[in-house]
Design a protein around this ligand. Structure first.
Ligand SMILES: *[C@@H]1O[C@H](CO)[C@@H](O)[C@H](O)[C@H]1NC(C)=O
Ligand SMILES: *[C@@H]1O[C@H](CO)[C@@H](O)[C@H](O)[C@H]1NC(C)=O
Ligand SMILES: *[C@@H]1O[C@H](CO)[C@@H](O)[C@H](O)[C@H]1NC(C)=O
Ligand SMILES: *[C@@H]1O[C@H](CO)[C@@H](O)[C@H](O)[C@H]1NC(C)=O
Ligand SMILES: *[C@@H]1O[C@H](CO)[C@@H](O)[C@H](O)[C@H]1NC(C)=O
Ligand SMILES: *[C@@H]1O[C@H](CO)[C@@H](O)[C@H](O)[C@H]1NC(C)=O
Ligand SMILES: *[C@@H]1O[C@H](CO)[C@@H](O)[C@H](O)[C@H]1NC(C)=O
Length: 687
């Protein structure tokens, strides 16, 4: 039984058993098809890009497209959402289809959805080129409140600037849902029964010259379609709909993305919501939702343009959902800027050992450009030229080179661009040449939805970790431990080397890594101390990277690959003459230049893959650390005892002999492979 809701403003919700028609798992909620011309013309075929939102469980590609030429566009886990129940999942794929075609999508035994598309492959007389079909975006599942009139924009765009018209192919809501055919906006008037209604819209482009006669006889160039299942829900107050705040991108915005360009968006709503549902291109990273001050909810979206065969125009649509309400839906466009081929003689080399990229570009290619105005992201880095070539060699860790993560790859990118210092309009051409070195991650392995992180070796190079102990103010970091800056504000007793008994009172635990990668940070997880080599009984020195408080203090250093902890041995109640220390360590590198690795003591660790990459945990152990005053003889006797468990680093023996070093042991993480780099260069020129 359904609840009758009258269109009139004074409508009554008859108390009834609310029974939304239950959607069975795996049925289609919404779907859209967009088409693009294939690169080789005259083939009478087009490339179709499909997006389909279905109820959970998420269908496999074979369930929705089981022909040989279906190409899955999944690069990571499929995007999912919660509302309406039982939740949904987005699948995207592409396929080559005839220019005039009806795609029939079906899941299980549910009714099929037919999406019609048609392209006109003849050359237009007004533009002298083949028409580009319009694009339509797919919104998250649409939820409307019975009795609350609302506009639902169907976002469309045409790269030729043609007139776009929408019309109904099917309208399950009848008179309650009108369509403004010129603006492609659905207008819900507030009535209808609760339930789910299917609406199908056809989008067509027309030459702008016939703008006022479209209704009569004009023939569209091309057609694409979108199918939506609209849920009309009951209850709630029309005025409490969540709203996007100013930081969120405006509806209809177009963002141009160069090859290897990054897009970061922050979507914030003014109230606490249950989810921010997002539909976007493959590879879109959506952060977990955060609730900030004044109960605003926000998510950040990140997307990196890698080499892809996606549509030139990609849409991102989002809406905020509460249990009973949905915000207005907004959509924006990502336009993948098209690039021209580079001339022969162009050469980009990625030198992994030197961590450098070098570029040679023939001068002939740079006609109409002021070569002296070419610069890298960091204008201070040199770009040189002679009569035939422009050349530049720069560091992957400097010169404004950005490092980012693309699927399983790690990318180093920079841009060579011409700057026209005087803003007055000139007829001088502009060059924007994105440069990138790609470090492939491990080849994708099953299961298909797993995001593979570059292996430790590829990201961090060959690295060892080791532990050393020194008296305060001594050792290689003496400058930083003499007058230490402590992480904790509590006062620490002045370094007092020896008690009258000859027992030490304070000792500095140094954890080192020889990782040379810029922005790599050493993260020490937990450290324990034991009286015996087998670590049968242990006492904590550090928990989750933070001092537990009673006798360990972190000394802040200026080197991100060294961590120093001052141990107050008496508070730690270390009794014996000898102790052994074991620590769990990791390396972290951020994928964005500006960010820091998560600080375990102050932040909730959000190990989102886009922000930082962490290695595995590695366990390192010290050898015996003598806690009795060291004399020259005891130092030498301690030395042979210092048998590291595996792969002692050659340097360790020289560390032991440094004055004041009591004990040193190194365990090295054996890493063998070297990173493999691929070259990649794409360019973009306009004038
Ligand atoms: C599309 O193809 C069908 C069948 O081949 C044909 O009947 C129809 O007229 C074509 N439509 C257009 C608009 O070309
Ligand atoms: C998004 O922007 C808002 C307002 O500036 C800020 O409070 C919030 O922390 C940002 N969210 C994220 C996830 O960065
Ligand atoms: C200019 O530099 C390029 C690249 O270093 C080199 O191959 C070329 O021979 C140079 N041309 C002249 C005229 O020196
Ligand atoms: C820019 O303007 C300055 C001063 O007006 C002039 O000296 C310089 O040559 C101009 N540069 C270019 C590239 O036009
Ligand atoms: C770190 O030490 C290991 C083991 O000695 C060595 O193989 C590796 O090359 C070193 N890495 C760097 C970056 O120096
Ligand atoms: C620090 O002291 C508290 C209470 O005195 C104790 O519960 C805790 O276990 C101690 N922590 C360590 C690491 O000894
Ligand atoms: C490393 O260890 C910490 C705490 O022991 C744990 O929370 C974390 O998940 C581990 N990380 C990895 C990559 O295994």
């Amino acid at each position: 039984m359904a609840c009758a809701v009258m269109k009139a403003s004074l409508w009554t919700l008859i108390v009834c058993m609310l029974s939304l028609p239950h959607i069975t798992a795996g049925s289609i909620i919404s779907a859209a098809v967009n088409i693009e011309l294939l690169d080789q013309d005259r083939s009478e075929q087009v490339r179709a890009h499909y997006s389909l939102v279905s109820t959970l469980p998420c269908p496999a590609l074979d369930d929705v497209c089981n022909e040989v030429n279906c190409l899955d566009q999944l690069s990571s886990s499929p995007v999912k959402g919660v509302f309406p129940s039982p939740g949904w999942c987005l699948r995207q794929w592409q396929k080559t289809i005839p220019q005039n075609y009806t795609s029939t999508l079906q899941l299980g035994y549910d009714g099929a959805v037919s999406l019609y598309s048609r392209a006109d492959l003849s050359v237009r007389s007004d533009t002298n080129s083949i028409n580009q079909p319009p694009y339509v975006s797919l919104p998250p599942p649409v939820r409307i409140r019975a009795g609350c009139p609302q506009e639902i924009p169907v976002n469309v765009m045409d790269l030729d600037g043609d007139e776009i018209r929408c019309h109904y192919e099917k309208n399950g809501l009848g008179e309650f849902m009108r369509l403004n055919e010129e603006t492609c906006t659905l207008l819900y008037e507030g009535g209808g029964y609760l339930g789910q209604y299917s609406v199908q819209i056809v989008v067509e482009d027309f030459p702008s010259s016939v703008k006022n006669q479209i209704h009569n006889e004009a023939k569209p160039f091309s057609t694409v379609s979108v199918h939506l299942l609209i849920t009309v829900e009951g209850g709630g107050d029309c005025s409490t709909v969540p709203k996007f705040t100013g930081v969120s991108p405006a509806g209809g915005a177009v963002i141009h993305v160069l090859p290897f360009g990054e897009v970061h968006l922050n979507i914030t709503v003014d109230s606490s919501v249950s989810e921010i549902a997002v539909i976007g291109p493959p590879g879109l990273f959506i952060s977990p939702m955060e609730t900030g001050r004044s109960s605003q909810s926000s998510v950040t979206l990140s997307w990196v343009r890698g080499p892809n065969q996606f549509a030139h125009l990609l849409s991102i649509c989002f809406a905020a959902n509460t249990q009973s309400l949905q915000s207005r839906i907004r959509c924006i466009w990502l336009q993948q800027t098209q690039t021209d081929p580079l001339p022969p003689g162009t050469e980009l080399k990625c030198k992994e050992r030197e961590l450098q990229m070098s570029l040679v570009l023939p001068m002939s290619f740079l006609e109409n450009l002021h070569v002296s105005d070419l610069q890298l992201n960091d204008p201070a880095c040199p770009v040189s030229y002679n009569t035939t070539h422009v050349t530049t060699t720069f560091s992957l860790t400097g010169c404004g080179t950005k490092r980012m993560h693309l699927g399983s790859e790690l990318l180093y990118t920079n841009t060579l661009r011409s700057i026209n210092p005087n803003s007055t309009i000139s007829r001088v051409a502009t060059l924007i040449l994105p440069l990138a070195c790609r470090i492939p991650g491990q080849r994708a392995k099953a299961p298909a939805f797993k995001i593979s992180i570059p292996s430790d070796v590829e990201t961090f190079g060959a690295v060892s970790f080791w532990i050393e102990f020194y008296f305060p103010g001594e050792g290689p970091m003496a400058a930083e431990t003499r007058l230490p800056r402590m992480r904790s504000l509590r006062s620490v007793r002045a370094a007092q080397e020896l008690r009258s008994t000859g027992r030490m009172e304070t000792l500095d635990l140094h954890v080192f890594s020889n990782c040379s990668l810029d922005r790599a940070e050493l993260m020490v997880g937990s450290c324990v101390e034991s009286d015996t080599q087998d670590f049968v009984n242990t006492r904590p020195l550090l928990n989750h990277g933070c001092a537990p408080g009673n006798g360990t203090f972190e000394i802040l250093t200026s080197t991100s690959t060294v961590r120093i902890y001052r141990l107050d041995l008496s508070s730690l109640s270390v009794m014996g003459d000898t102790m052994y220390v074991e620590c769990l360590v990791q390396l972290c590198v951020t994928t964005k230049q500006t960010q820091r690795c998560p600080d375990p003591c102050t932040e909730t660790t959000d190990k989102t893959i886009v922000n930082s990459i962490l290695t595995h945990n590695y366990t390192i152990r010290s050898g015996p650390v003598r806690l009795i005053k060291a004399t020259e003889t005891s130092t030498t006797t301690a030395n042979p005892v210092a048998q590291p468990s595996i792969n002692q680093v050659a340097a360790a023996s020289s560390h032991t002999l440094e004055r004041g070093a009591f004990w040193v042991v190194a365990v090295s993480l054996a890493v063998l492979l070297l990173q493999v780099m691929e070259n990649f260069v794409e360019q973009f020129i306009t004038d």
